[in-house]
Design a protein around this ligand. Structure first.
Ligand SMILES: Cc1cc2nc3c(=O)[nH]c(=O)nc-3n(C[C@H](O)[C@H](O)[C@H](O)COP(=O)(O)O)c2cc1C
Length: 208
């Protein structure tokens, strides 16, 4: 199994979601041969999806030739997509930031989610995902928010968004596993929470 591990925390060894992703991978590696390609989204490696890349994309839609600079930017986008598409499974660790996902993960999504590569479109039937037969484990971490907290303590738009995006590019809902390491900061029993999510990660790894 080839896993693309998308690390969208900036906190290195301090990251709770990354620590739990490492537990998941250790458990998985006890059971099967796994090749892991880790993509640290904050390393600076992820290309921008800015003027040149958008220009290349719009040139394609318009059926005109892209400029030399636009083509070079597009080649960088394609390289990230190829890395994404070459995996059979995804492990995404993601901190909750301002009730949503960190901007680097949205940037990654905007880079790889391209027509003809990640999805098709039909005027009659709409969108269809092209990345079939893949599975995913998403590890969320939030400092305060958790599912049973009162509304005034925030919300989580990251979980539904990531689930929706993975289905948009072709994964089945049943193949998307999500773990919520929450809360990681505001709770008296942080150790109990850590143990509970590590058990959950081991359980998912055993069936992954
Ligand atoms: C920029 C920023 C925004 C954050 N926003 C939220 C938030 O909206 N809700 C929340 O519960 N925690 C929030 N936190 C706390 C993080 O979710 C928490 O520290 C989590 O453990 C981060 O994941 P990590 O340890 O894997 O980096 C925020 C932290 C940062 C740095």
């Amino acid at each position: 199994m080839k896993i693309l591990h998308i690390n969208s925390s900036s906190r290195g060894a301090e990251s709770r979601s990354l620590q739990l992703a490492d537990v998941f991978l250790r458990e998985l590696q006890k059971r099967k041969a796994v090749e892991v390609d880790r993509f640290d989204l904050f390393s600076g490696e992820l290309p921008e999806f800015g003027e040149l890349a958008v220009g290349a994309k719009m040139a394609m839609f318009a059926g005109v030739e892209a400029t030399f600079e636009q083509k070079a930017a597009w080649a960088g986008i394609k390289a990230v997509f190829d890395r994404f598409a070459s995996a059979d499974a995804y492990l995404i660790n993601v901190p909750l930031w301002n009730n949503g996902l960190p901007y680097v993960l949205k940037q990654f999504i905007d880079v790889v989610t391209q027509p003809g590569w990640a999805f098709g479109f039909d005027l009659e039937t709409g969108y269809s995902g092209l990345l079939k037969d893949r599975k995913a484990c998403i590890i969320h971490a939030s400092g305060v928010y958790h599912r049973s907290i009162p509304a005034n303590f925030g919300s989580d738009f990251s979980t539904p968004y990531l689930s929706d995006w993975l289905q948009f590019v072709g994964l089945e809902e049943a193949d998307i596993h999500q773990i919520h390491y929450a809360p990681t900061v505001v709770n008296a029993d942080l150790e109990g929470i850590r143990q509970r999510v590590e058990q959950q990660a081991a359980g998912i790894a055993s069936r992954f």
